[in-house]
Design a protein around this ligand. Structure first.
Ligand code: HMG
Ligand code: MG
Length: 301
């Protein structure tokens, strides 16, 4: 049986925009987040507190977070932000963050390229973040990248994904988001990966974060639903890509996912038409055509 209700985590303002070469004004980011909330998204990852030398697009993190938290935000909204280390956590906390995410990987080379340290070192950096977060009453989510393949190493062992996921869970992360960073997974490899992870982390604590580089993300979501995963990350308009994974394109488009889920009778609380309008709007703002099939189909009507 598939879950009846699915929670979507919108990552467009962060994962979607982090790789844009042209700096997107903070005003546009804040308006994007407002429109996403109005379309029914309840969890919106708004920015990341990483080095502006590494990811210039997220250099306005404090402004974006304080503005979205300070506005007349509807109740029940969560605005998580990425924090790779204590320095990032402290800046996020000062800006009012109530939820943060640490991000590790199941591949050594990707860990080095993305956050400049080994997997073991990254976990040692996350520990003080989870401790400080707990003391401050801030929730922590944990990411594992390269769960179905690495841009530098190729295949990644499901057991390695499971090991990192379990470590993050034990450290206090309330949910572990499994990232198919380069979208090379398919329903069979995702199933194998999830089988290994589920031996150590219950399905209720997992999320799927699937990039759609090869058009497999919807199929991978379906395979994950069949295994009891009921939280998925997605990016409006299919925006995005990882700066440290060449050729990686965006996350599964939120509207593609909503189309799939609603079509199967599952509930998300999201207004599809409003969401497609947001996809069209943000793509126009950054000078692109909507990448998602659903946005193109709905807009053509
Ligand atoms: P580092 O150079 O090893 O850090 O970078 P360091 O501790 O040696 O510090 C060097 C400089 O960075 C110092 O400044 C620090 O103050 C500064 P300087 O003295 O040279 O002026 N610094 C910071 N500044 C702002 N915020 C911070 C911070 N930390 C140190 N938090 C670091 C390590 C992690 C900071 C760096 O490698 C980095 O910022 N990497 C960017 C990572 C990133 O944002 N990647 C994309 C997001 S992850 C992703 O997309 C995958 C995901 O979507 C899941 C999936 O799809 O798989 C989540
Ligand atoms: Mg990602």
């Amino acid at each position: 049986d598939l879950p009846k209700t699915v929670r979507l985590v919108e990552v467009g303002p962060r994962d979607g925009l982090q790789n844009e070469k042209q700096l997107v004004p903070a005003d546009t980011k804040v308006e994007l987040i407002r429109r996403l909330a109005a379309a029914g998204l309840r969890t919106i990852e708004v920015t990341s507190f990483v080095s502006p030398k590494w990811v210039p697009q997220m250099g306005d993190n404090t402004e974006v977070l304080t503005r979205v938290l300070g506005g007349a935000a509807p109740a029940g909204l969560d605005y998580p932000v990425l924090t790779p280390n204590l320095k990032g956590f402290e800046a996020a906390l000062a800006a009012g963050a109530k939820e943060v995410a640490v991000f590790g990987a199941a591949s050594e080379s990707f860990s080095q390229k993305n956050i400049n340290c080994s997997i073991a070192e990254s976990l040692e950096r996350f520990r003080p973040v989870t401790e400080a977060a707990q003391a401050a009453g801030v929730r922590v989510r944990g990411y594992v990248s390269c769960v179905a393949g690495c841009p530098y190493e190729g295949a990644v062992a499901p057991e390695k994904v499971a090991e990192v996921a379990e470590t993050l869970l034990v450290m206090g992360c309330y949910e572990i988001s499994l990232g198919d960073t380069i979208g090379t997974g398919n329903p069979v490899s995702i199933r194998r990966m999830l089988e290994a992870v589920l031996r150590r982390v219950p399905a209720e604590r997992l999320a799927g974060h699937y990039h759609d580089t090869y058009g497999m993300a919807a199929a991978n979501v379906y395979a994950s639903l069949q295994m009891g995963v009921a939280v998925f990350d997605a990016s409006v308009g299919g925006l995005g890509g990882c700066p440290y994974a060449a050729g990686a394109s965006g996350n599964v488009a939120t509207e593609d996912l909503v189309w799939l889920l609603h079509g199967m009778g599952l509930q998300t609380g999201i207004d599809l038409d409003a969401l497609v309008d947001v996809a069209a709007w943000i793509n126009a703002e950054i000078g692109r055509e909507p990448a998602s099939r659903v946005a193109r189909a709905v807009l053509a009507k």
